[in-house]
Design a protein around this ligand. Structure first.
Ligand SMILES: [Mg+2]
Length: 218
């Protein structure tokens, strides 16, 4: 199949590093709790707020602390975005060399980024590295959005609604990216730059070791 649009995962695909450093979330969570009057939590914020498994965990720990979950969460997300964007601008995470292929791909395809990372960082990365994206979608700073992370297809479907292309490929580095693509009814390419893809299922339509291979995909 010839694709007319390609969507990319961000962490590990367009940006070095598997995900946001946990230290950033510890700092952002400590800042959020301190600004809601919980100075005692600033040294060692609750893990369920730093790296929650679910929205239920966030609500439970906020109930225990007596702070309102929705605004604390939004504040924590915004604080993390500020810290991580500064860190990227300082060179802590960079665009991998094969991201240079995006400029040539953009001449023949609509391109976009769809990330589980925060929307404010996805937008920043796209602008900072001058990626030629016509649509960008990360997670908005609400609790509901945290529950909609891939493999849920919500973010992909949002992006698909904003593309003109009909035959769309999603490129990710996790099996959950492949699952999200299939749940959104599009094909997936699983990127493994070392040539050793993550274990598990589902299987993608394409295995690639470099973004440069996308220029030859049919
Ligand atoms: Mg990734």
């Amino acid at each position: 199949m010839a694709y007319d649009a390609i969507l990319f995962d961000m962490d590990g695909v367009l940006l070095t590093g598997y995900h946001t450093d946990r230290a950033i979330y510890r700092r952002a969570t400590a800042t959020a709790l301190a600004d809601f009057g919980h100075d005692g939590e600033s040294e060692d914020p609750p893990p369920a707020l730093v790296d929650p498994d679910s929205v239920t965990d966030v609500r439970a720990v906020c109930d225990d602390l007596g702070v309102p979950a929705a605004p604390v969460w939004a504040y924590r997300e915004r604080a993390a975005t500020t810290v991580e964007n500064e860190s990227i601008a300082a060179g802590d995470r960079v665009a991998p060399p094969d991201a240079d292929a995006l400029d040539a791909l953009a001449e023949t395809h609509e391109l976009g980024a769809v990330s589980n990372n925060r929307h404010g960082t996805a937008r920043f990365v796209t602008d900072y590295f001058e990626f030629p994206m016509s649509v960008v979608r990360g997670r908005f700073p609400t609790l509901a959005e945290y529950g909609n992370r891939k493999p849920d297809p919500t973010y992909l479907e949002w992006a698909l609604d904003r593309l003109d292309g009909e035959d769309v490929l999603f490129v990710g580095d996790r099996r959950s990216d492949v699952e999200a693509a299939h749940r959104a009814d599009i094909d997936a390419a699983l990127l493994a730059r070392g040539g050793d893809p993550p274990e598990g299922s589902p299987d993608p339509e394409h295995h690639i070791e470099s973004l440069t291979e996308l220029t030859e995909l049919r």
